[in-house]
Design a protein around this ligand. Structure first.
Ligand SMILES: *Cc1c(COP(=O)(O)O)cnc(C)c1O
Length: 375
């Protein structure tokens, strides 16, 4: 028995015929860029998130980069402005900041949720802080009510990185609808994944939406008229058609992930640390987390990982090298010891398989091996 971390083939096989029908529809339409499928997906995804606009772009990194770029074009950000970003994020969040010649100010997260907390975020605000890039890491919404209040109090822009959190909600308000704008990725392995690269921005701001739309289309508002030195970043018709099929099933997919997460949370106990959902034993109480990843924390990680590996169970580490220690960012002049908590995470976190390819027996087996290898 081998259990892959993620089984994209099995995930997409669930929708095989519908995906084929949708692809056929696009092939036969003769229209492959910026057509009816994209428009329909944008409308459907905006409705799903509860925002006025959704703008399809080529990938999640572009969604973040183009939003910050649009704020620069609109005079809301300028070169050198500080943007607060969690120190434990996937590097794409930070690339979007530096690509715009803004200054990332890294902040250690809450030790239990791995997300930004209002207290440490507040402590990082200076005269030069102009925005906060909030990442809903592993699929759990950051404490948005508190973070928005903090940002409003300081006049800061808030960009959500919702690449891992499609559908996560607090009091019925979904990821992508909390900040002034939000970037989504539909990379194949995300909870809502295309069959290739794709991304989107959601926002309620008309001016921002129009600017992002133009920037992703050579800077053009109107054909052959260019307001900005834009780029080509568009969501293809064929991927929009794939996403429309899978969006309809996203809530069911999230439900399956929650069931697995709940089983893990009930079976995995001290000394292994899990994200604190133990006291919320019903699925309904787990709305803020869509479990893109199920991450455990243990000092015995090597042991746990190798025991699982021997049993044919694949695990991954998110993330083995924190951004501040990446060669790409030696220029930020951080070093080992700059963010001790995040550095410790990189040697203690382990992501277990999660997704609709797992059976209850396999989940029990994984739990047993984890608990066995730490006792
Ligand atoms: C996947 C991801 C991105 C980047 O999305 P792409 O579509 O791969 O460019 C950005 N931020 C986070 C947190 C991600 O997980």
């Amino acid at each position: 028995m081998t259990i892959p971390f993620l089984d994209l083939k099995a995930i997409n096989a669930q929708y095989r015929q519908e995906l084929i029908d949708a692809a056929t529809r696009v092939i036969d339409s003769g229209w492959y860029i910026q057509g009816a499928e994209l428009k329909a997906f944008e409308t459907e995804f905006a409705a799903y998130c509860g925002t006025k606009h959704c703008i399809g772009v080529a990938n999640g990194l572009d969604a973040l980069t183009l939003t910050l770029r649009a704020w620069r074009e609109l005079g809301k950000l300028k070169e050198g402005d500080e943007v607060i970003v969690p120190a434990n994020t996937y590097i794409a969040s930070i690339l979007a900041v530096t690509e715009n010649r803004l200054k990332p100010v890294l902040v250690e997260p809450d030790e239990r949720t791995y997300n930004l907390c209002p207290i440490k975020t507040a402590a990082a605000i200076t005269r030069n802080t102009k925005a906060v890039l909030v990442v809903h890491l592993y699929g759990q919404l950051a404490p948005m009510t508190e973070l928005m209040a903090l940002a409003d109090g300081h006049g800061l822009l808030v960009l959500e990185d919702s690449a891992q959190a499609h559908g996560a909600q607090i009091n019925g308000k979904k990821a992508g609808s909390w900040g002034h704008a939000s970037g989504f990725s539909f990379y194949p392995g995300k909870n809502l994944g295309a069959l290739g690269d794709a991304g989107a921005v959601t926002t309620d701001d008309d001016e921002l939406a129009a600017t992002i739309r133009a920037l992703g289309n050579y800077g053009s508002h109107t054909k052959y008229e260019n307001l900005y030195q834009g780029v080509n970043s568009r969501l293809d018709e064929i991927q929009a058609a794939m996403l429309r099929v899978k969006l309809k099933c996203l809530d069911a997919e999230i439900q399956r992930r929650k069931k697995i997460a709940l089983a893990y949370a009930l079976g995995i106990t001290d000394p292994v640390f899990i994200q604190p959902i133990r006291d919320r034993r019903t699925l309904g109480a787990l709305d803020d987390h869509v479990f893109h990843l199920y991450v455990i924390r243990t000092k015995l990680r090597e042991m746990v990982q190798s025991r699982l590996d021997k049993a044919g169970i694949q695990t991954l580490i998110h993330y083995p090298i924190p951004p501040h220690l990446q060669k790409a960012y030696v220029s930020m002049k951080y070093s080992l010891g700059s963010f001790p908590m995040v550095e410790e995470f990189s040697s203690t976190l382990l992501s277990l398989p999660i997704g609709s390819h797992l059976t209850p027996d396999q989940i029990d087996n994984i739990i047993e091996i984890v608990m066995d290898s730490v006792s």
